[in-house]
Write a new protein. Structure first.
Length: 212
């Protein structure tokens, strides 16, 4: 795990730095693909941050359809709205690949925020952007056809990515994940992506989606 820490310190953007997490005696642990980090309706007793890998927050409808609320990568936190709001986790947190996670007890997390105003500001901006994303996506799903919904989602992901060159953005999600994020059927996403390619609004190379 030390190599991961060194690599993160060198380049990756952490919402809370590795040094500060270690200072606060955060617990670092590894999970495998499809492992649950927490489940829906569990008490929100911890702050979680991705040190390496990827985690999705998702819920399931009564008929078993998955809806992905968000996908979180290296340096990003997840589940903290429930910690701030003091309500149970509203979704499941599941690793989508082998990952390393940092965990802080809620009281230690709040103590950290009180002592580090700049970190507190980061969370204000983070939560505001997530609310904006939810509002945009809900409006698109309820008001527009699939090609507009998908294109809006991809543009949002591009504009809010850490990529320096956004002239050709690689979409790091599968068709199934895009379907789960928008509530569309995967068949609809596949068909719509092909239409958007034909219309020149995106590119497909080796089955991967790129937004010009």
């Amino acid at each position: 795990m030390l190599n991961i820490w060194n690599r993160c310190q060198e380049g990756d953007q952490m919402i809370i730095s590795i040094e500060l997490l270690r200072e606060k005696k955060a617990y670092f642990f590894d999970v495998q693909k499809d492992d649950y980090i927490f489940s829906e309706d569990e008490p929100a007793s911890f702050y979680f941050q991705v040190i390496s890998g990827t985690v999705k927050m998702s819920s399931y409808s009564e008929n078993g359809q998955e809806f992905i609320q968000g996908i979180f990568k290296t340096g990003q936190s997840f589940g903290e709205p429930a910690v701030f709001g003091e309500f149970p986790y509203p979704n499941n947190a599941i690793a989508t690949e082998k990952s390393t996670i940092a965990r802080l007890p809620k009281d230690v997390f709040f103590e950290l925020l009180q002592e580090n105003f700049e970190v507190h500001k980061k969370f204000n901006a983070l939560l505001s952007n997530r609310l904006r994303y939810k509002a945009i996506l809900l409006k698109e799903i309820s008001s527009y056809c699939p090609d507009h919904v998908i294109l809006t989602l991809l543009k949002y992901l591009r504009d809010n990515s850490d990529e320096k060159d956004k002239s050709r953005f690689y979409v790091p999600f599968t068709r199934q994940q895009i379907a789960d994020m928008t509530g569309l059927r995967v068949e609809t996403v596949i068909r719509t992506v092909k239409k958007l390619q034909k219309d020149g609004k995106l590119e497909i190379r080796q089955h991967k989606i790129y937004l010009p």
